[in-house]
Design a protein around this ligand. Structure first.
Ligand SMILES: C[S@@+](CC[C@H](N)C(=O)[O-])C[C@H]1O[C@@H](n2cnc3c(N)ncnc32)[C@H](O)[C@@H]1O
Length: 316
């Protein structure tokens, strides 16, 4: 495939839509019931370069408007994943998932998992324990929903373990396709030594979104990120044969998103592979080289081709 059809307005025939501007403008232009997955990390109201710090009630109202539109746009078998951390005020933390949960519940969504995303790097706190996790609230619109568990299984800890008694004695006790990745995900966040790092202060690692895309959508489904940043969600969707749509208010980030996607079209975008275990300073680390991803090319063959592209400096 390689080249994809792009537009700045939604139409069913395109593969990628990036709206450079306010998310509510894009959301208002979208039909009901079409996005299979809506996944985002919204502004946390921390006064980052792209946001004005609001009174908490005002922030919640703003989020309510976006979430309400997202629920209208979400397909009946679809999922919303809201990835959030803490709002911090005078050293006091307010977990954003706790304050936003009532909005999702009031709109009739069903919470399936509160996924803990655990990572190793961040600010060192001096008057509380350093924060090393954020959460993903995964909601579905209905009780029938896409969940492709086999697509995201991870290796069993003891793959050769067998039943030792009973009618299955001697047979493998675990699923040979691997185990359920659970609701605690250990995935490095994008800090300075991460292969995907751009100028964005808080971009998603692509592998975090790949797991959601593979589990919660089928090929050709639409994946929407209302706060697109530098396009990590769009990349995760496009490299797995899904369609991507999103809005981003900062022109610099839009430009980076476009150039990352252009690299992926040419097969020149490097991402951290989902298969690489987390680096342990004193551990026996298995190194899996970066994936050089190309839109339209299956990931497995890419990995096999790249076994010799080994960069020991890239440890994230
Ligand atoms: C937490 S970041 C998301 C980063 C993204 N996940 C990535 O991987 O790059 C939130 C993004 O929302 C953008 N943003 C903030 N308010 C917005 C609005 N009203 N409409 C569109 N984008 C907005 C910010 O510029 C920022 O890039």
């Amino acid at each position: 495939m390689g080249k994809i059809k792009k537009s700045n307005k939604f139409s069913p025939g395109v593969d990628l839509v990036i709206h450079e501007g306010d998310t509510l403008e894009l959301l208002a232009s979208l039909p009901d019931d079409f996005a299979r997955l809506i996944v985002t990390s919204p502004p946390y109201n921390l006064g980052k370069p792209y946001e004005t710090r609001l009174h908490l009630d005002e922030y919640i109202d703003q989020q309510r408007k976006v979430i309400t539109e997202c629920v209208r746009i979400l397909n009946s078998k679809g999922s919303i994943c809201w990835q959030v951390g803490n709002y911090v005020n005078n050293g006091e933390i307010v977990p954003i998932d706790i304050i936003l949960y009532p909005i999702f519940a009031s709109l009739g969504l069903h919470l399936r998992n509160r996924i803990i995303w655990h990572f190793g790097h961040g600010l060192h706190a001096s008057k509380r324990f350093s924060g090393r996790y954020e959460v993903i609230l995964w909601f579905t619109k209905g009780n029938e929903y896409i969940f492709n568990l086999d697509a995201v299984r991870i290796p069993q800890m003891y793959p050769n373990k067998k039943h030792f008694k009973g009618p299955k004695k001697g047979q493998l006790s675990g699923n040979p396709l691997g185990k359920n990745p659970s609701d605690v995900w250990e995935i490095p966040n994008v800090k300075s030594n991460h292969i995907e790092k751009t100028i964005h202060p808080c971009q998603f690692p692509v592998e975090l979104i790949e797991r959601l895309v593979l589990a919660l959508t089928d090929e050709d489904d639409w994946v929407l990120d209302p706060f697109l940043g530098v396009g990590s969600t769009a990349i995760a969707a496009l490299i797995h044969g899904r369609k991507a749509i999103g809005a981003e208010i900062m022109p610099d980030y839009v430009e980076i998103a476009r150039s990352r996607i252009a690299l992926a079209e040419k097969g020149e975008l490097k991402i951290r592979p989902m298969e690489r275990p987390v680096y342990e300073p004193n551990g026996n680390n298995i190194y899996v080289p970066p994936n050089l991803v190309e839109i339209g090319k299956p990931l497995q063959s890419r990995l096999l081709e790249l076994k010799s592209d080994y960069n020991v400096e890239d440890k994230a």
